[in-house]
Design a protein around this ligand. Structure first.
Ligand code: ASP
Ligand code: MG
Length: 420
């Protein structure tokens, strides 16, 4: 390179577990990366664990201990990404691409101390920069970091998206690409819903609402980090060339996607179904009792990201409702059980639910939407349902058998191309 030439742009790419599920896939990814690098860029590649490796490791831990210490879980779970990073690095060398793998700790991902749910505090990416300067492709183990006490931490399930975005921000990368086994962000799962459409572009806020509603295409914390640091984000396929979905800062000027849907003006961008959720609803007229529950629940949940949460705390009426995956929420319920059930208490725990979320943009008001949705539920003979709506998300809690019947009509009503 002549001395005056500008350095090549940095691209951060993240590959999910299903994109790296076999040695064949790792070879295919290495060949794609070799071609990308030949096109002229410096590459940082963040990897997830192969296939379901993290689930398998977690399962091993639960066989040994019903409540594994979180520190030891982190030591175990962080192994998955080390397997894929080293294999990918080897596969790159085979393609003639010099590469080096680095753990989260080696590439300076500094986190807080909350084991299994750690938050990234800063990224000291000097070692990554040095390796890039030496012409290497840097393969990074996602989902992990190191605390200031030098303990290995993990970032919560799905956390390698956050690694990729944080590294992209620290390196001033041109863009961060999240590559998956899907072609981008869709209005609904295209395998299940006729007429599901891919979004060409979403704003950070829109993507955040869709991610928080349970759409697993990009982790909500990664979206929040990207928004905060202005990281250009792209979501697309690792299996073939596809236009994917761009996540952009500004609102679109052309509102071609604005739905009609009078009179509620509901403007969702995505319909997301999440199975096996539970709703915990705790209320009391005794503020002191409530403070006790609240503190115990906070300790039990640590950094958990809920599907939905509503807190009211005022004179004579305190209530906490939370929508979450059934298993961890049952653990919270069990922890509180000895202390609830006094005369002024109202306690409810419902599990075995599917949450259907219409997410992305808020309507004029939710009351009007509820009237429409209730009519749709009646048309499809759904007897038992609960609606929880706020901000940019409407959540419908139904039985799984009703959920499968409702998906297509909900999409037809609010997201199909002809409702535009
Ligand atoms: N391997 C971890 C998980 O399965 C992290 C990730 O995939 O982002 O949750
Ligand atoms: Mg994974």
């Amino acid at each position: 390179m002549p001395a005056s030439a500008a350095p090549l742009p940095i691209l951060v790419r993240k590959y999910g577990g299903s994109s790296l599920a076999s040695v064949d896939r790792i070879g295919a990814v290495a060949r794609d990366l070799a071609a990308k690098r030949a096109g002229g860029c410096r590459l940082v590649v963040v990897v997830s664990a192969m296939g379901r490796h993290t689930d398998e490791l977690e399962h091993l831990a639960r066989q040994v201990s019903p409540q594994p210490p979180r520190r030891e879980l982190d030591m175990l779970l962080s192994v998955g990404e080390r397997v894929s990073m080293s294999l990918l690095s080897m596969a790159l060398e085979v393609c003639g691409v010099p590469a080096i793998s680095l753990t989260g700790s080696q590439c300076g991902v500094i986190t807080d101390e909350s084991h299994t749910e750690a938050r990234i505090l800063e990224v000291r990416a000097d070692r990554v920069r040095e390796a890039l300067d030496r012409g290497l492709v840097v393969v990074v183990a996602g989902f992990q970091g190191v605390s200031r006490q030098k303990e290995i931490t993990t970032l919560g399930r799905g956390g390698s998206d956050a690694t990729a975005v944080a590294l992209a921000a620290a390196l001033g990368a041109e863009r961060c690409e999240i590559l998956k086994d899907v072609d981008g962000v869709f209005t609904a799962d295209p395998h299940l819903i006729e007429g599901a459409r891919r979004h060409d572009a979403l704003t950070y806020d829109e993507m955040a609402a869709v991610a928080e509603a349970g759409c697993e295409v990009v982790h909500p914390r990664a979206v929040a980090y990207a928004r905060e640091h202005g990281v250009p984000l792209f979501v697309g396929s690792s299996f073939h060339d596809s236009p994917g979905t761009l996540i952009i800062p500004a609102a679109r000027t052309d509102d071609r996607d604005a739905p009609v849907n009078p009179p509620s003006r509901l403007r969702p961008l995505s319909l997301v179904a999440t199975d096996d959720v539970a709703l915990l609803d705790l209320a009391t007229d005794d503020p002191a009792r409530f403070a006790g529950w609240r503190d115990a629940a906070a300790a039990a949940c640590r950094g958990d990201l809920f599907l939905g949460e509503w807190l009211e705390q005022g004179p004579g009426r305190c209530r906490w409702r939370v929508l979450h995956r059934a298993e961890p929420l049952a653990r919270v319920r069990d922890r509180l059980a000895p202390d609830v059930g006094g005369p002024g208490d109202a306690v409810r725990f419902r599990r075995g639910l599917t949450c259907l979320a219409l997410a992305g943009r808020p309507p004029a008001n939710w009351v009007t939407v509820a009237c429409q949705v209730e009519a749709l539920l009646a048309d499809h003979a759904v007897a038992e349902s609960e609606i929880l709506a706020d901000g940019a998300v409407l959540r419908l809690l139904v039985r799984p058998e009703d959920a499968s019947r409702l998906l297509q009509p909900l999409h037809d009503a609010y997201l199909a191309a002809e409702t535009r």
